[in-house]
Every structure is written in C-alpha cells, then in structure tokens.
Design a protein around this ligand. Structure first.
Ligand SMILES: *Cc1c(COP(=O)(O)O)cnc(C)c1O
Length: 467
C-alpha cells in the first residue's frame, strides 16, 4: 500500500468515538476528556507511521488504539491527592494530613453532605441561625465553657482571639513563649498581624509573675499564654502558671487568653503518660479564652476551636476577621460528630483514630507486629531479612514535646536493594507507602497501620523485593 493510503486507513475521530467502551467512558468523564486523549493517541499513531510506514505498523497501531486511549484517560483522571499508607508511626503526621478521621464522621459526610442542610438556618424559628449553634452547647457541656465557636484552623483561631480581645491595645506575652510551630506560624507575627501591640516580658528561660505585673497599664487588653507545642525548655527555667496568671489578670481586670495548640480533652496521666494540660484544666484555672486545633490530639477535622467566657467569644463571633476564617459546612458537620464522641471518654478512646492509635497498649502493638511478620515470611526467598523491633514513637504535629510512646516496628534489611531505593519504590506504589529509614534498614511502624493496611502493605513488599 502506498504511504499516503496507509494514513487514510487511520480511523477517523467520529468513527472511533462510536466505540461502545469509549461511549461509556464519555458518560463517566465527559466527552472532551475522551476526545482529547483519543486525539493524542491518533497523533502518536501518525508519528509512528511516518517513522515506519508499513502495513504492520498500521495494523498493530489500530488494534492497540482503544486500550491505549482507555489507559490514557485513566492516567489523566488519576488524582494527585490520594490515600497513603503511613508506616512512620507518627500519628499526627503534618505532611500526611494530620488526624485521620473517625469512620462515624466520614459516613456522615458521605450520606449527608451532598444536599442542603440547616447550616445557618434555625428550623424552629424558620429564620437565619448561627453555624456554631450545632455544636456550641455540646462543647460547653463537655469542657465547662460558657461559649464556643470554631474557625478554619487554630492559627486563625489564635489570630482572631488576640485581635478580638486585644482590640488595638496591648497584649503581654512571655519571651519564653514566643513559639514558632513551623509553616510560618510565629506568635510574635500573629500578635503583630492581629493589630494588637505586642509587649514582651521576661527572658527565654525565665519569666516571673512580677515581669507581667510590671508591664500592666491602662492600655493592657490581655495576658497571652502559649503552649510550647514542639519544644521543651529545661534546666534553669521558670514559667508562670495559668493559675497565677489568672489571679494577676483578675487583680487588674485584664483577661487571660491561651493558645493551647494541640488541645487534648482527656487526661493522659490516667493512661500512664505524662500529664498534658487539658482544655478543661485551662478553663477551670479561669482562662478567659482558649484556642486549640481540631486536627491534632482532638482527632477531628482541620479547625480552630475557641472556648471560654461568653463576653469574649461574642467579641470573636462579631469580629470582621471571622468571616474570612469561617468554618465550612463539611468541617462543621465533622466537628459536631467528633465532639459528640467525647460524651463518653472510653468510647472516644476506642473510636477516634488519633486517640486509639496513640494510646494503643504495647501488647496490642506486639500482636499487630506479629501478624504483620507472619505475612512477610516470603521475603526470605528474595534475600530480605526482617525482625520485630522495639521503637519509640513521637505523637507528631507539634504536640506532646519530648513524650514518646513505646512502639513496635518491622525492620527490613536486604542484601540486594538499598533502603533508599526501596523507600522510593514504595512511595511510587499503589497506594503509596511512607516508611522510615534507620540504621540502614527500613522501618514499618505498626502503630499507624490498620490490619487491612498491613495486608496491602505485605503484598506490596513481597512484590517489590521480588523484582
Ligand atoms: C499547631 C499550633 C498552632 C496552629 O494550629 P493549626 O491548627 O495548625 O492552624 C498554633 N499554636 C500552637 C501552639 C500550635 O501548637
């Protein structure tokens, strides 16, 4: 056949699109997507024919055309944002989306969020309502606060609290609490951005109550306390307690506000860990407004929660910044669900993944590690060795600084594949796996792995070490 005629044999677009498989794909992804990918494949076929103008090229090209288009569409539609297996043991992994959500909350999203909802509609009165009303009463009941609200994240909540309570006047903060938590969040910058005037007292390691008192004037609007979040100051140190700060505030009629960072609701010391001040502790000490994250130790959606005295929460609700930071309907529904799980502490601990993973007893982790190991026997065939090892897991997310939880990992070493090479292959797996390298071995921490994930992961590992 003449070269010209070969090109004429390439199917025309409209004929190609009559293919039933492409027709059904059009319903799923839209006509334009199918046409674009089909055009790309036809162009490629023309290029091949130019290079190699034979009937065989034409025949093969045509018979592969439909599967190729389908594969291209599926690749084109693959999501960049996707689930990954977190084998790092870090429960609040900031780069991996922090808190995984409770099933109960996810089910609600899937079943209820597609349509309309009474987000800002009071069904009793038949008129405009408030988006916080759905969970405010419950938050107050659980924490002992007078009022509550929520915004997009805790950085926003802190900024709003400082701005609303600081009202263009002075906010006093200790130099020992000028925290940077990463991602450009720095307390001094937040105060400056809020419009309040920052007054620093004390030194890096020591701040005394008299340091605060010396700086209180007519212009003082608030005393700010900030959780250290991701570091510890040890040695020759002194820090003013919440109680003392509140007492000082009362004496001069100045409110005390606190950025609690992670904000935990349950007392960790009951479970054998170091005491971490809870949201309730802070309120009980008399702090006027407390801000904390929704997706750190609380274990819910990204959000910033504000609890405290009605007078100040009302200021926050009315503040012009609030609209720019407002919580969306999905997060509001998730928050309501997760708060309701805290009505029973035992239930919260077993059903909120962050708490369940963090407080998993060592025996449970050992059992998981043994199960995982039992699925990896096949690795030995491929020159890879593995063992259950005792490890220590930080909580992550800039919470519980210095605290580690005894963990269990499977450590894999291979004579033929370097840990870096394997870690990179695992990141490219489906689903991607994020593991940790230590002592030239790959570590897979079971704390953050479900049984289902261990099944998937063991299949991936057997396949990758076989290559
Ligand atoms: C994490 C943290 C924040 C920021 O919270 P996001 O929810 O990430 O915005 C603010 N302050 C402290 C002390 C924190 O630990």
């Amino acid at each position: 056949m003449a070269e010209k005629n070969l090109f004429r044999e390439i199917p025309k677009m409209d004929i190609l699109l009559e293919n039933p498989e492409l027709q059904s794909l059009m319903e799923k992804v839209g006509r334009s997507v199918v046409v674009d990918q089909a055009r790309g494949c036809l162009d490629e076929l023309r290029e091949e024919l130019k290079k190699n103008p034979t009937e065989e090229t034409l025949r093969e090209g045509c018979s592969n055309l439909i599967p190729k288009i389908i594969a291209k569409i599926s690749h084109h539609k693959e999501r960049n944002l996707k689930p990954v297996i977190n084998a790092t043991g870090v429960v609040l992994h900031t780069n991996l989306g922090r808190a995984p959500l409770p099933q109960e909350a996810i089910k609600r999203l899937a079943s209820e969020m597609g349509g309309y909802m009474n987000l800002e509609y009071d069904l009793n009165a038949g008129k405009r309502g408030e988006r916080y009303s759905h969970f405010e009463e419950m938050i107050c009941r659980i924490t002992g606060a007078e009022a509550a609200m929520a915004v997009n994240n805790n950085a926003a909540a802190t900024m709003l609290m400082v701005s609303a309570v600081g009202r263009g006047k002075e906010v006093i903060v200790s130099r020992g609490e000028q925290v940077e938590i990463g991602g450009k969040f720095r307390i001094p910058d937040i105060i400056d951005q809020s419009g309040a005037k920052r007054v620093e007292v004390g030194t890096t390691n020591k701040t005394h109550i008299s340091d605060y008192e010396d700086k209180i004037t007519e212009d003082t609007a608030a005393l700010l306390k900030v959780h250290h979040s991701n570091f510890k100051i040890t040695g020759f140190t002194e820090n003013v307690s919440r109680e003392d700060l509140v007492e000082l505030g009362r004496k001069y009629d100045v409110p005390v506000i606190e950025d609690l960072g992670s904000g935990i609701l349950i007392d960790l010391s009951k479970y054998g860990y170091e005491k971490e001040p809870t949201v309730q502790d802070s309120l009980k000490a008399g702090v006027d407004v407390v801000s904390f994250s929704g997706d750190k130790l609380f274990g819910g959606p990204q959000a910033g929660i504000l609890v405290g005295k009605k007078k100040y929460i009302d200021l926050c609700k009315k503040h012009p910044l609030t609209r720019a930071m407002r919580i969306d309907k999905c997060s509001a529904a998730l928050l309501e669900t997760v708060w309701s799980m805290y009505e029973d502490e035992a239930y919260a601990i077993s059903h909120i993944p962050v708490l369940a993973m963090l407080l998993a007893p060592e025996e449970t982790l050992q059992e998981k590690a043994e199960y995982f190991a039992s699925k990896l026997e096949g690795l030995k065939k491929w020159n890879a060795d593995f063992a259950i090892v005792e490890t220590q897991n930080p909580a992550g997310g800039g919470s519980l600084p210095g605290e580690v939880f005894p963990g269990r990992a499977i450590a894999i070493s291979s004579a033929t594949i370097s840990p870096d090479e394997m870690a990179s292959r695992l990141r490219g797996a489906n689903p991607p796996v994020v593991a940790r390298i230590e002592n030239d071995e790959l570590y897979f921490e079971v704390r953050t792995l479900s049984y289902e994930e261990m099944d998937i992961l063991s299949d991936i590992l057997l396949k990758e070490y076989e290559k």
